[in-house]
Design a protein around this ligand. Structure first.
Ligand code: SF4
Length: 460
């Protein structure tokens, strides 16, 4: 993760009717670590009571044989967190849990609600006491207050909240996999040994030996029973379902390349973005070098389209912590500086084309360009496998203030000159739509066309 990149949000994983469900969830979460490194947690049930363990840090740091042995049962849900709302502290770790009129309920959330403040004010004025500063807790309060069985309470909650949410909700006898009506965040279903698993990304099915079945549809509530002969999958169509608006930044950058989201391989999408870049910006250069890991697959697509050699002249140090989990910009930049080294002899005297997956603030990109210059590159060109970021995200990606975005108020040539490049090019919005499909994705951080109204003083 690079210094000037937006932060990740969260990863969720659940297992139902699975032997040693908590261990299965632990393994699944380890494959979703890229979606949140700040804290993690697992809640399990044996049908009688809930067991939970949560902590700050990576899955491998929070869980061990001892803690997993305490998490009994054949149903469990888990969560990896990076805070986009609420502070980074233990009380905000998920799954969140309440004991209410409907019994024990645990909830794991990926996404960002856009009307949290208004809902929270309403709930607080009605006497609700919040234990966390997350938007996710609002959903638990709405469930607890509904005068209806849980399935109906979930529907009523979905009618009130706005924004992005892929959810796992667990009681002592059921689990629910839910995706918001736009499907901003991914959520997939898999099967294993007669049970069910649910994951933010399909890559986590591979490590637990599950078979990918399908994605949870936007607006859908999938109900999975803990026990009983008929404990199969029951899909409850959600009347409120809207045209799908999957975050386009998932295939561009966030999701792992070994995942399939809404039927599309992330690897193939990234490769095709590189091929599209080659159509839009053919460059006469001696060497193509990706910024690892984000630009690697697009660079391979670009090189294959134009018959150019791709070399890993920038090499990553995998033993440096991920920069985005650091609390300060200065610290993030310091970590980013130590993450990538350059094999200078590969670029000396060459016309170099750098391929990256995005430019957010631009300070790290500028440093990389300076690095190449001091190594003796003859020309330095850069291509980015998405359009310029000019707008904030309200659905769970923590982009900086628009005033700090490299593309805000600047032409592409102005950005190039600020970064010290000989030329700069971005994949066009149309090019991205050609790769991902014209409909079915959110492109708001590129074009400002928000599917769900952003928070305002009145509505937030
Ligand atoms: S605004 Fe950008 S980052 Fe946010 S959901 Fe839409 S495409 Fe994704």
């Amino acid at each position: 993760m690079k210094t000037n990149y937006p932060t990740h949000y969260c990863g969720i994983f659940g297992a139902v009717q699975v032997h040693d469900a908590a261990r299965c969830v632990n393994n699944g979460l380890s494959f979703l670590q890229h979606r949140g490194e700040e804290s993690c947690g697992i809640t399990s049930t044996d049908g009688e009571r809930f067991y939970e363990h949560k902590g700050m840090g990576l899955v491998s740091q929070v869980f061990n044989e001892e803690t997993l042995a305490l998490l009994s049962g054949t149903m469990a849900i888990g969560h990896n967190r990076y805070s986009t709302t609420g502070k980074s502290e233990l009380r905000n770790t998920q799954p969140l849990r309440i004991d209410c009129r409907l019994g024990d309920i645990a909830l794991a959330h990926n996404g960002n609600l856009t009307n949290t403040d208004r809902l929270r004010r309403e709930l607080e004025s009605g006497g609700a006491i919040f234990q966390t500063t997350t938007d996710s807790e609002v959903m638990l309060h709405l469930l607890a207050r509904a005068d209806a069985p849980l399935e109906q309470a979930i529907k009523e909650m979905m009618a009130k909240v706005e924004g992005a949410y892929s959810l796992l909700i667990m009681t002592r006898d059921k689990a629910f996999a839910i995706r918001d009506p736009y499907g901003f965040r991914p959520l997939s279903l898999g099967s294993m040994n007669g049970g069910w698993v649910v994951s933010s990304e399909t890559c986590a099915f591979d490590i637990v030996g599950a078979r990918y079945e399908r994605d949870v549809r936007p607006g859908e509530i999938v109900v999975m029973e803990l026990k009983g002969r008929d404990s199969a999958l029951t899909a409850v169509p959600e009347e409120k379902a809207l045209p799908r608006k999957l975050c386009s930044f998932e295939p561009i950058y966030f999701a792992r390349p070994d995942s399939i989201i809404d039927g599309r391989s992330v690897y193939e999408a990234r490769f095709d973005m590189g091929r599209k870049l080659a159509q839009e910006h053919p460059r006469k250069v001696d060497i193509v070098i990706p910024i690892p890991d984000g630009g690697t697959i697009a660079a391979m697509g670009y090189g294959s389209a134009l018959g150019l050699q791709v070399h890993m002249a920038f090499t990553r140090n995998h033993y440096i912590g991920r920069s985005f989990i650091c609390p300060t910009q200065v610290r993030r930049e310091r970590i980013a500086d130590h993450k990538i080294n350059l094999i200078a002899r590969l670029v000396k005297g060459k016309r170099v084309l750098v391929i990256d997956d995005s430019i957010v603030r631009g300070t790290t990109s500028g440093k990389r360009v300076a690095f190449l210059r001091s190594a003796g590159a003859a020309e330095i060109h850069m291509l980015v496998s998405c359009p310029p970021h000019r707008n904030p995200c309200h659905y769970g990606i923590d982009f900086p203030d628009p005033a700090k975005l490299a593309a805000t108020g600047r032409s592409v040539d102005e950005i190039a000159s600020r970064l010290g490049l000989d030329s700069l090019g971005y994949l066009s919005e149309q090019g991205l739509k050609d790769v991902l499909g014209p409909h079915g994705h959110c492109f708001a951080c590129f074009n400002g066309d928000y599917p769900e109204k952003p928070p305002t003083a009145a509505s937030s």
